[in-house]
Design a protein around this ligand. Structure first.
Ligand SMILES: [Fe+2]
Length: 267
């Protein structure tokens, strides 16, 4: 089964890239549920893309990432000189916070994805974005998954919050209205959340933390007051830099409020 790419995807007209995407997806498709991710022999191009993106993001994180994220990143210690293997990241995370990383051929169905999160399992893509634009991807690649999500999951408060959010997603997966509320609040927090910290506005959402372009502009967004209910009825567009963000008053308030909000959803 071939991987589908959007008409404006940077790799859509590159047959070698498309063959590679199919090959990496196929490696995940061959696994039984719960299997360790296959080791991918990443090419020099893929390695260079990882090194470029992770070095550039690292520099931005020093200034723009919240403390808890930086702590997680330091604990996980992802290499810069090679694309990390999901199996190795998984072993390290399991030791740190009980989370595991599994390979998925592409975006997992919602119920499967959140059901796994509830069990501290992250279904991750394994391919690298197109080499022509190392600092941009229109879809979640291994750089987004590892730099955005795995680094956070190495920190205990994030680790707990993701699991509670996953359980909420699993509970409401069949109820379209509640699922939509869930997805929006998840988006405005774990993907695009910002927090007031040390008289500054820092990012804790994986979408922001893995986006070179957006980490340079998120301070220009309209910053709204912290309110998980308001997020749940606010629409978003995945194709643009977010014009609206919600800022938590502190990291601990964010975690406590979201544990309550996701914990109560669908009960
Ligand atoms: Fe994500």
């Amino acid at each position: 089964m071939a991987v589908e790419l959007a008409a404006d995807h940077p790799g859509v007209a590159d047959p070698e890239y498309r063959r590679r995407r199919d090959e990496i997806a196929e490696a995940a498709r061959r696994l039984a549920p719960g299997d360790e991710a296959a080791r991918i022999a990443y090419t020099p191009d893929e390695t260079a893309t990882w090194t470029t993106a992770s070095t550039a993001l690292d520099r931005l994180h020093a200034q723009h990432a919240c403390q808890a994220y930086r702590l997680g990143a330091a604990r996980l210690g992802l290499p810069r000189d090679e694309v990390p293997q999901l199996a190795d990241v998984s072993a390290r995370l399991q030791h740190l916070t009980g989370w595991r990383f599994h390979a998925a051929p592409g975006l997992a169905p919602i119920r499967e994805f959140y059901g796994a999160l509830a069990e501290r399992r992250f279904l991750s893509t394994q391919y690298v974005r197109h080499p022509s634009v190392p600092l941009y991807t229109p879809e979640p690649d291994v750089i987004h998954e590892l730099i955005g999500h795995a680094n956070a999951l190495a920190e205990p408060r994030f680790a707990e919050l993701y699991a509670v959010a996953g359980a909420a997603g699993r509970r409401v997966a069949d109820d379209d209205t509640t699922l939509q509320r869930f997805s929006r609040t998840f988006w405005f927090t774990l993907e695009f959340g910002v927090v007031h910290e040390d008289d500054d506005l820092r990012a804790y959402g994986a979408g922001l933390l893995s986006s070179f372009g957006e980490l340079n502009v998120y301070r220009e967004a309209e910053i709204r007051e912290w309110d998980p209910d308001a997020m749940s009825v606010t629409d978003y567009d995945i194709n643009v830099y977010q014009p609206v963000l919600f800022a938590a008053p502190s990291f601990d308030t964010m975690v406590a409020d979201l544990l309550g909000w996701f914990g109560a959803l669908g009960r």
